[in-house]
Design a protein around this ligand. Structure first.
Ligand code: NAP
Ligand code: MG
Length: 410
């Protein structure tokens, strides 16, 4: 960055970055990150959407839909955590109705897959000692258990799966001849959704230059899980094999139990694609193994290359209520900083804006180095091996990063 007298010349941008703002403690960290770590250095060109729960309510959730359309138009968005309304929140904020989760709205607009990866920091050691490189979990976000139909069986009788085609022809499969009470469940998925999941995972693996494994249980689920496996194989052979070869990368299918035992033994450094339920369970396992909810980055990637960066944690409500009462909350802003740095880096990369890309990288490295130098929030103090860490609040942490960044960009 050049200097003009004492005034720094800020980094220029061409294409707008889409900002999806708001809610609770995350919003406070978000605003501070933008004002102290982005605006002094970057001449920010953006389209701003306020996804505050009250604004979503006032606009009948149109603001969420518009923000998703803007992400589709410009290709890169950064999103703060937002409240997903439930009954309690309807009362708390006097909402008109129980609006859908903004993440679900955005995900269905972009037809994306969510990739979650840990933030690796020396001195914040994962519980699994062999992990040297990050493991990214890619979770399919449609169907299976999350769209299941269930039935309680009260007594003896026959339970069947019935498919009726549009001409009225029926196909039946016996689930079970019940002799006594029990339960039954029907799951489904769609080839189109599995195909776009496969493409997202393969594009992402190429982007981060890591091997990809996809795990399922096709030895037991010979039609359902087999279908996933076959689709992954076909998409790989037809569309990605050459590029993987060219980059020295591998794609491999792996039984879920095998994948789980491997993950505990190896050194990491790959993308692990999971079906919806496995992804739900395994992403919690990975986040916990890396120490804190704030140590996970999350990016939604669409098959046509739209990126939405966010923190994997929620709005951190408990800290927000403490904050409103005047207490100091030690909320970790790392994942929020990484959402901004990830978005700026990607915007720079897509626009061939080297300065912007380098700034995103520098922001990320500066935040990581700050923790490595022993300055951290309370959640990390509990898991660090760094001697005598200096515990700060989230706002103090951002201020330290700002000073260090200003040194780098003097
Ligand atoms: P949360 O925000 O993830 O926080 C749960 C707990 O995890 C916190 O109380 C805190 O533990 C710890 N934690 C999370 N992030 C932290 C951080 N940055 N620094 C330090 N500790 C952190 O979940 P929640 O409070 O149960 O949910 C609040 C709201 O978030 C809900 O309304 C939900 O709808 C929304 N949500 C949004 C998203 C999203 O937009 N992506 C995702 C999930 C949830 P301690 O209290 O022990 O310190
Ligand atoms: Mg979960």
């Amino acid at each position: 960055m050049k200097e003009r007298g004492t005034l720094m010349e800020k980094i220029k941008m061409t294409t707008p970055l889409v900002e999806m703002d708001r809610d609770e403690m995350a919003a406070i960290m978000w605003k501070e990150t933008k004002e102290k770590l982005v605006l002094p250095f970057v001449d920010l060109v953006e389209e701003y959407y306020d996804l505050n729960i009250r604004n979503r309510d006032q606009t009948d959730d149109q603001v969420t839909v518009e923000s998703a359309l803007a992400a589709k138009k410009y290709g890169v968005a950064v999103k703060c955590a937002t409240i997903t309304p439930n009954l309690e929140r309807i009362q708390e904020y006097g909402l008109k109705k129980m609006w859908k989760s903004p993440n679900a709205t955005i995900r269905s607009a972009l037809d994306g897959t969510v990739f979650r990866a840990p933030i690796l920091i020396k001195g914040i050691e994962p519980y699994i000692k062999s992990w040297e490189k990050p493991i990214t979990l890619a979770r399919h976000a449609y169907g299976d258990l999350y769209r299941a139909t269930e039935m309680k069986i009260d007594g003896p009788g026959k339970c069947e799966l019935v498919f009726t085609d549009t001409d009225g022809n029926e196909r039946r499969e016996l689930i079970h001849e019940f002799k006594a009470p029990g339960v039954a469940q029907g799951l489904h998925n769609l080839d189109a959704s599995i195909e776009s999941f496969a493409r997202c995972c393969m594009s992402y693996a190429l982007d981060v230059k890591q091997d990809l494994i996809f795990s399922a249980k096709d030895t037991i689920s010979k039609i359902y899980d087999r279908n996933f496996r076959e689709i992954f194989k076909r998409i790989f052979m037809e569309e990605y094999m050459e590029q993987f070869k060219h980059n020295g990368l591998r794609y491999e299918y792996c039984l879920i139990d095998d994948a789980v035992s491997r993950v505990i033994k190896n050194s990491g450094g790959y993308v692990w694609a999971c079906q919806n339920y496995d992804g739900d369970v395994m992403s919690d396992m990975l986040a916990t193994a890396y120490g804190s909810a704030a140590m996970m980055t999350s990016v939604l990637v669409s098959p046509d290359g739209i990126y939405e960066y966010e923190a994997a944690h929620g709005t951190v409500r408990r800290h927000y209520y403490q904050y409103l009462e005047g207490a100091v909350a030690s909320t970790n802003p790392l994942a929020i900083i990484m959402a901004w740095s990830g978005g700026l880096k990607k915007r720079g990369e897509l626009d061939h804006n080297k300065e912007l890309e380098a700034f995103g990288k520098c922001l990320e490295e500066t935040a990581v180095r700050t923790v490595e130098d022993g300055i951290m929030t309370a959640d990390l103090e509990r898991v660090t091996t760094i001697p005598d860490p200096k515990v700060v609040t989230g706002l103090q942490f951002i201020e330290v990063v700002r000073r260090r960044l200003a040194q780098a960009y003097r």
